[in-house]
Design a binder for this molecule. Structure first.
Ligand code: HEM
Length: 503
C-alpha cells in the first residue's frame, strides 16, 4: 500500500516536472521570438505548450462565425499576428495585400505547407506539393487545357446532361439532400475532365476508393495497420491501380492507331493543351523529344488522383451553399429565376436551342454575381498555408525562415472594410464598380502561381446547376446549419422539398 502511494506520488511529480519544463521552454520560446531580431515578428500569443491556441481555433470553427478567432486577435495585435494552431507556430495574415504577396511568391520564398497526414497521402510529385519550374510547367499545361474552346464546348454539354439526368427524379423524392446530389454530379464531371471515365464500374470504384482516401487527409499521422492513415493509403493504392490501367490502355490504343505515337505532337499544339482530358495532356508530355522533360508514368497517375482533391469537395459545397443562401433570400432567388427564365425563352426561340459556354458564363450576369457572392461568404477554402524558405519582410512584418504563414481568405472576405454588411448575402454588391472579382479582396480560388486552374470550370458547373434548378423547380429548405470545421459542410446535408414548375 505504502509502495503504491510513493509510486503514485513519483508519477505525479514527474508529470508536474514535465509540465513545468515544457512551460519554461514555451515561455523562453515566446520571449525569444518577440525579442531582438524578432521584434518585427508580428505580435501575438503562442498559447499553451504543445496545444497552443488550437482549442479556441477549433471551437470557433464549430460556431456560425469561424472568423471570430481571427477577429479577436486582429483587434488585439493588428492585421497580421502570430499564434500556434494545429501543432505549429504560425503567422496569420488577415491583410489582403500581405496575402497577395504571399500568394505571388516572388523569388519562390514560400512553399505549400500541409499537415503531416496530407503530405503522406499526396505523394512527393503532386501538383499540390511540387515547386519551381516543374510546378509552373504542369500548372500551365492544365490551365491551358481547361481554357481550350474544344474543352469548353465538350464539357458544357457533358455537365448539362449530367445535371439534367440528376435533377429529373427530384420531383418524385420526398426530400432531396442537396449536398449528396451535388457531390454525385460534380464527381462525375471531375472524373470526366481528368480521365474521361463515364458512369459504370470504374466510376463507382473510383468514387468508393476516393471517399476512403480523403477521409485520411486530416487525421493522426500514424501509418500502422488499422489506423485511418493506413486505410487511406491502401485506398490510394487501389486508385492508382484503376487509373494506372486506364492510362496504360490509353497509351496502347494510341500506339496501335499511330506508329509515330499520336502523343508526340507539335510543341505549339501542346501549349494549346490539345487533348480530351488531363491524362491526354500529361501523356503528351511523357513523349517529349527531350528526355529530361518527360513526365514519368507514376507522375501522371498520381497527379490525376491528387487533382481530384481540390475539386471534389469544393464545387458540390459551393452548389449546396448557393441553394442554402437562395432559400434564405427569396428576393435574390426571384431575380435569379427571372434572368434564367429569360435565357430559356431566348433559347426556345433560337432554332438550335443548344446552350454554349458563353450562355452560362457571359449571358447570365446576375447568376455569376450570385456565384461570386456564394464563394465570398462560403469560404470553402478558408485560406492557404505556406512555409517561408527564408526570412521575408512584407509591409513591415517579418516572417522568419521556416515559419508557417496562413493567408486567411475568410478574414478578408468577411471584413467590413472590404465588404459593406459582410454577413448579408447581397449579389448586387458585385454590380458596384469598386467591387470586382479581380481584386485582392476576393480570393476564393487563391492567386498567384497556384491560382486554381479549375476556376472557370467551377463557375460553369455552378451556373449550369443553378440554371436548370431554378427553371425547373421551386423548393422549401428544411432547417439546417453550416459547419465550418474541419471542412465546410451542412449538418443535415441540406434537405429540401421540391415542386416542379410547369411551363
Ligand atoms: C468552388 C470550387 C473551387 C475552389 C473554391 C477552389 C479553390 C482553390 C484554391 C484556393 C486553390 C489554391 C491552393 C493553394 O494556393 O495552395 C486551388 C488550387 C487548385 N485547384 Fe481549385 N478550387 C475549386 C475547384 C477546383 C476544380 C473543379 C478543380 C479541378 C479541375 C480544381 C483544381 C485545382 C488544382 C489542380 C489546384 C492546384 C494548383 C497548383 O497548386 O498549381 N479546383 N483551388
Amino acid at each position: 500500500m505504502e509502495l503504491e502511494f510513493w509510486i503514485k506520488i513519483g508519477t505525479i511529480s514527474s508529470v508536474l516536472m514535465g509540465i513545468v519544463a515544457a512551460s519554461s521552454f514555451w515561455l523562453w520560446y515566446n520571449k525569444k521570438e518577440t525579442g531582438n531580431k524578432h521584434e518585427r515578428v508580428p505580435k501575438g500569443n503562442l498559447g499553451w505548450p504543445l496545444v497552443g491556441e488550437t482549442i479556441e481555433f477549433i471551437a470557433c470553427g464549430y460556431t456560425s462565425q469561424p472568423v471570430s478567432f481571427m477577429e479577436k486577435r486582429r483587434s488585439l495585435y493588428g492585421k497580421v499576428f502570430k499564434t500556434h494552431i494545429l501543432g505549429t507556430p504560425i503567422i496569420v495574415s488577415t491583410d489582403a495585400e500581405v496575402n497577395k504577396m504571399v500568394l505571388q511568391n516572388h523569388g519562390n520564398t514560400f512553399v505549400p505547407a500541409y499537415p503531416k497526414s496530407i503530405t503522406e497521402l499526396l505523394g512527393q510529385h503532386s501538383i499540390l506539393q511540387i515547386n519551381g519550374s516543374l510546378h509552373k510547367r504542369v500548372h500551365a499545361l492544365i490551365g491551358a487545357f481547361l481554357r481550350t474552346p474544344h474543352f469548353k464546348a465538350r464539357i458544357t454539354t457533358y455537365i448539362e446532361n449530367s445535371v439534367k439526368l440528376s435533377l429529373a427524379p427530384w420531383n418524385n423524392m420526398q426530400f432531396v439532400y442537396v449536398q449528396d446530389q451535388a457531390r454525385k454530379i460534380t464527381f462525375e464531371v471531375l472524373v470526366k475532365v481528368l480521365v474521361s471515365v463515364g458512369p459504370g464500374e470504374d466510376l463507382n470504384s473510383l468514387k468508393i476508393n476516393f471517399e476512403e482516401f480523403i477521409k485520411g487527409l486530416i487525421c493522426l499521422p500514424i501509418k500502422l495497420p488499422g489506423t485511418r492513415l493506413y486505410k487511406s493509403l491502401k485506398a490510394k493504392e487501389r486508385l492508382l491501380e484503376i487509373v494506372g490501367r486506364i492510362v496504360e490502355e490509353r497509351k496502347t490504343a494510341v500506339g496501335n492507331s499511330n506508329d509515330n505515337n499520336a502523343y508526340n505532337i507539335h510543341t505549339q499544339e501542346k501549349e494549346r493543351g490539345v487533348g480530351n482530358d488531363v491524362v491526354d495532356v500529361l501523356l503528351q508530355e511523357s513523349s517529349d523529344s527531350d528526355e529530361t522533360r518527360r513526365l514519368p508514368f507514376d507522375f501522371i497517375t498520381g497527379n490525376v488522383i491528387e487533382m481530384m482533391i481540390p475539386g471534389e469537395e469544393t464545387v458540390p459545397m459551393a452548389m449546396t451553399l448557393a441553394v442554402k443562401y437562395l432559400s434564405d433570400n427569396p428576393v435574390v432567388l426571384d431575380h435569379l429565376r427571372e434572368e434564367n427564365m429569360e435565357l430559356k425563352k431566348q433559347k426556345m426561340i433560337d432554332s438550335s436551342g443548344n446552350y454554349a459556354w458563353t450562355d452560362y458564363m457571359v449571358s447570365l450576369p446576375f447568376t455569376q454575381n450570385v456565384i461570386s457572392e456564394t464563394l465570398r461568404m462560403a469560404n470553402i477554402i478558408n485560406g492557404v498555408w505556406r512555409k517561408a524558405l527564408k526570412d521575408v519582410e512584407i509591409k513591415g512584418y517579418l516572417i522568419p525562415k521556416d515559419w508557417c504563414v496562413l493567408a486567411s481568405f475568410i478574414s478578408v472576405h468577411m471584413a467590413e472594410e472590404n465588404y459593406e454588411n459582410p454577413y448579408q448575402f447581397d449579389p448586387w454588391r458585385w454590380e458596384k464598380t469598386q467591387t470586382t472579382t479581380n481584386s485582392n479582396s476576393f480570393t476564393p480560388f487563391g492567386g498567384g502561381q497556384r491560382l486554381c486552374p479549375g476556376l472557370d470550370l467551377s463557375r460553369l458547373e455552378l451556373a449550369i446547376f443553378l440554371h436548370h434548378l431554378v427553371i425547373n423547380y421551386r423548393w422549401i429548405a428544411e432547417k439546417d446549419e453550416i459547419v465550418h470545421f474541419p471542412t465546410v459542410k451542412m449538418k443535415r446535408k441540406l434537405p429540401i422539398r421540391v415542386t416542379s414548375i410547369s411551363t
